[in-house]
Write a protein of this length. Sequence first.
Length: 402
Amino acid sequence: MIVVSALVSTGGVFATRFVRSPAQLAADTAEPAPAQLTAPVESRRLAVTEVVRGKVYPGVEYRITPAASSPRITGLYVSAMGVAPGDRIKDGAFVAAVSGRPIFVLRGPVPAYRNLTVGDSGDDVRQLQQAMAELGYRRGSDKRGAFGLGTAKAVASFYRDRGYEPMTTTASPAPTGNAAANGAAGGSQQVQVPSGELVFLPALPATVIDVTGAVGRSVSGPLIKLSTGTMVATGQLSPDKRDLVRKKMAARITDDRSGTTITGTVTSIGAPTSEPLGSTVVSIGGAEPGAADQGAEPSPDGGATPYVPVTVESSKPIPPSMIGADVRIAIDTQVSASKATVVPISAVTTSADGTTQVTIVGAAGKTTPVTVTTGLSAEGMVEIQVLAGDLNPGDRVLVGHQ
């Protein structure tokens, strides 16, 4: 009897543990209540943004291609470099030496197009004299536009102060006209200015965009690329969105490679075009092989996709690393007039009576509906104004369930 009683008692415990009522079974097998997903109420400005692809480049790009300064030079090799990308170049600066001969940058509107020596005259001589004078090297008694001994002395001093001897040429044995008037003695050595050694730019300082050579390497094309003026970013806006963008709108220029972002302002909006984006290129010096610049993306029919060029100028100097880069330009086409109460768009619902609401989620998941009206929406957020109820920045609002 004792054994039987024990078995009966044990069986009763077993039944108590494992037998469930229908209500318990329903509760055990029911799906858990969905978790509330919430987001904070914020107070800030919203901006509607139009994003376009673009490119950073100067208005004018100068490509310097070295040329032989003398018939005795049989090959062009970089013998010294004086600049690197991003450097700012001042008037009279040394930028490189090729096959032992220097290249200097001077201020002047017209690139050098011929070698100059005693006896020459013209506007290019006048430009040379002016450039020397701005650096403190006077032409002496020479007339403006006439290359005489005073101009030769100024050029020689300019070269020697920078560690180089000027090139010379043998004067004609029987000088006449300008040569005689400027004191060139027959058969003597006179200073010569090779066109490839002085690079004239209309405005200085200039910025080095790129350097394609290194000491000891041969030169076969542009060695240095310079720019003057302000670097800008030009974006390709779809023509159907032309009316969305206006001058003075705030913008951000982002280089996706480095993650660098700088702020700027829309300064111009052009007419629709299919021309490639890029600088106006001025080649200075020796012959340069042609190269097509990248521009608008080709359309399926083989032409270029039309776009509206939108130019953005930076409020700060554009970093050298961004020059020539393909960038993302975000233009704020609409901005809140002031800070507003904003919530995620997913927090806004419409009740059965047609009112617009957001739902505050408080302690222990308690929910409180608040009646609102909506305003500007952007970035997945929307401005709201409370009509009935209480809502403050930092409150949590319901955006969904999980």
